[in-house]
Design a protein around this ligand. Structure first.
Ligand SMILES: Nc1ncnc2c1ncn2[C@@H]1O[C@H](COP(=O)(O)OP(=O)(O)OP(=O)(O)O)[C@@H](O)[C@H]1O
Ligand SMILES: [Mg+2]
Length: 283
């Protein structure tokens, strides 16, 4: 039995809004992530994907449950130990989160200067290698405002891999990019995963991208896990005609995966569940 790199057990999270109303955003979420795999977490807007990711990187504290990373529960860890574990993470945030006043090269050098013992004379070489890996060497001396969206993602990725992470977290790596650029970023995600042997967790609602990069998938709906499985199982659900699916959850996943306007996620007036969640919240 392979030991999971990450174990998410019975995770629950509530948020309190400005009127002191508590809404439950994650409901007893359970899944494992195994060494070297790419796990895609998908689900509609507001279903709790980023909240889950932020709990996994220790940025948010869940109200219940545990998250074990390398067999240690990060939800009960002090800040010092958490920071130690965070050094093993690379994170690509939705925006790329580059510092605008620094060049691309300086952005990538920063984690090396702050969190490693690497000699300053070697840092330049490491930056060159990382930029080469994401094919951004030509843009080393540009500042982020001089980059396209796809180039910003690549630069963010070079920074995420600067410290040779064991786990890479991606929040919506394809957001705001055209389909061809998305495919190129996906190739990069796949090749980094193979070359570096990292375990990757990718949050996305871009289905073509999800099916390209995933080994296994988690479908979240209203903060609950509807299904965890191999990519192949989700392909079968996607490709089976809706009328042949008897399980309501399978019908819902089918509609989501194909992005259909009609199905259990849409009411009789054609309004999607996700639009309602955005306005009503959920308890
Ligand atoms: N800090 C917060 N305080 C209160 N509510 C929050 C907070 N962060 C998120 N929420 C709410 O929690 C729910 C889940 O948000 P989350 O950002 O996790 O969704 P998501 O699945 O990442 O959505 P998207 O696909 O749009 O990025 C939403 O209803 C959101 O409004
Ligand atoms: Mg999100």
């Amino acid at each position: 039995m392979v030991t999971p790199v990450i174990e998410v057990n019975n995770l629950a999270k509530w948020f309190t809004d400005e009127n002191h109303r508590r809404s439950r955003v994650l409901h007893d979420v359970n899944f494992n992530v195994f060494p070297g795999e790419t796990l895609v977490i998908m689900g509609g807007s507001g279903c709790g994907k980023s909240t889950l990711l932020n709990c996994m990187i220790g940025e948010l504290h869940p109200d219940r449950g545990s998250i074990k990373i390398f067999e240690k529960d990060i939800t009960t860890m002090d800040e010092f130990s958490l920071n130690d574990i965070r050094k093993k993470f690379g994170i690509l945030f939705q925006s790329g989160a580059l510092f605008n006043s620094m060049t691309v090269g300086e952005n990538i050098a920063l984690p090396l200067q702050e969190h490693s013992e690497i000699d300053p004379s070697i840092i330049n070489i490491v930056v060159t290698i990382k930029l080469e890996q994401v094919r951004m060497l030509a843009h080393r001396n540009k500042i982020p405002s001089q980059l396209s969206g796809g180039q910003k993602k690549r630069a963010g990725l070079a920074r995420a891999i600067a410290l040779d992470p064991k786990i890479l977290f991606y929040d919506e790596p394809s957001a705001g990019l055209d389909p061809v650029t998305v495919a190129a970023i996906d190739e990069l995600i796949i090749s980094l995963s193979k070359k570096l042997g990292v375990t990757s967790i990718v949050v996305t609602h871009d289905m073509p991208s999800a099916f390209r990069i995933a080994d296994r998938m988690v479908m979240l709906h209203k903060g609950k896990v509807l299904k965890v499985g191999e990519k192949r199982e989700f392909e079968v659900l996607r490709d089976t005609p809706a009328e042949e699916l008897t399980d309501p959850n399978d019908q819902l996943i089918h509609q989501f995966l194909l992005g259909l306007g009609h199905g259990p996620l849409t009411d009789s007036e054609g309004i999607s569940e996700y639009e309602k969640i955005m306005t009503d919240g959920f308890i």
